[in-house]
Design a protein around this ligand. Structure first.
Ligand SMILES: Nc1ncnc2c1ncn2[C@@H]1O[C@H](COP(=O)(O)OP(=O)(O)O)[C@@H](O)[C@H]1O
Ligand SMILES: [Mg+2]
Length: 256
């Protein structure tokens, strides 16, 4: 779902007009884009975003690594892996998608090295998505330090979450002041007027440029997909969730 800027109301448009020229410029430089997905609140859509965006980038034939930095291992389970079985190693799902499952070794290494960047610098990927735990602890801070661009998911209509933003902003400021970020509004119910109130309040708080134009609508298919360990585009490619995460992937490819 793409927000209509004029009316702040959800409006669907198709993505075919988007050019990929910016991304191509960036890709030619051979740069890896490290994207931490962060919010100290649980249940805002961090893991859902990490899993589905990773799958979408891979589908678009961009070499992608999904790192599960949350000891609760939700992303690991969401792609159909068992966290107990895997130590510190990447699991290749396809030519384009690899997953580094949650493990004690991973947490230990990230804490020990004090920089995820040291672990990742040998990796040969175009996108590295990091699913962070629901706390602003050392693991999250190391993800921010290594990051190029952070995604902060917020649940639509959760007024209190707007107050939590300042803790995230100050953590970003103190760990990596060069880190750019945007807020992703998730769990949007298009029929409720609270949606447009929330978006208006959010824009008033952070500014329009800090908000993704794409929002993620409520879609029960997104909560069903982890049960079979699949990303939404593999579970139901025509669902709202699949369309919205496709739009989000395109928006990120077009970031300046
Ligand atoms: N857009 C959505 N529509 C419906 N359910 C969603 C949506 N996004 C997330 N969920 C569900 O909400 C719950 C919390 O999402 P999750 O991604 O695990 O949040 P977090 O990682 O921030 O704790 C999960 O059960 C997930 O399937
Ligand atoms: Mg999670």
């Amino acid at each position: 779902m793409i927000f209509s800027n004029s009316k702040l109301l959800p409006k669907r448009i198709y993505i075919s007009y988007l050019s990929i020229s910016n991304y191509n410029k960036f890709k030619k430089k051979g740069v890896v884009m490290i994207i931490p997905i962060i919010n100290q609140k649980g249940g805002v859509g961090k893991t859902t975003t990490a899993v589905n965006l990773a799958s979408r980038f891979a589908k678009m034939e961009h070499k992608t690594l999904l790192i599960d930095l949350d000891p609760q291992a939700n992303a690991t389970i969401g792609v159909g892996l068992n966290s107990q079985e895997r130590a510190f190693t990447n699991v290749d799902f396809s030519e384009y998608l690899s997953v580094m499952p949650s493990s004690k070794e991973l947490s230990f290494k990230v804490l020990e090295n004090d920089s995820l960047k040291n672990i990742l610098k040998e990796e040969d990927f175009e996108f590295i998505l990091i699913d962070c735990p629901p706390t602003l602890n050392h693991l999250s801070i190391n993800a921010l330090t290594a990051g190029d661009f952070a995604i902060i998911p917020l649940r639509s209509g959760d007024y209190y979450s707007l107050f939590g933003l300042k803790d995230i902003f100050s953590t970003i400021e103190s760990s990596n002041s060069n880190l750019d970020f945007k807020i992703l509004v998730t769990n949007i119910d298009e029929r409720r007027s609270i949606t447009s109130h929330f978006i208006k309040k959010l824009i008033g708080t952070v500014g329009k440029e800090k908000l993704f134009s794409t929002g993620i609508r409520i879609d029960t298919k997104l909560s069903e997909a982890p049960f079979i360990g699949k990303a939404i585009d593999l579970y139901d490619a025509n669902s709202k969730g699949s369309i919205d995460y496709g739009d989000l992937a395109m928006e990120i490819l077009n970031l300046n």
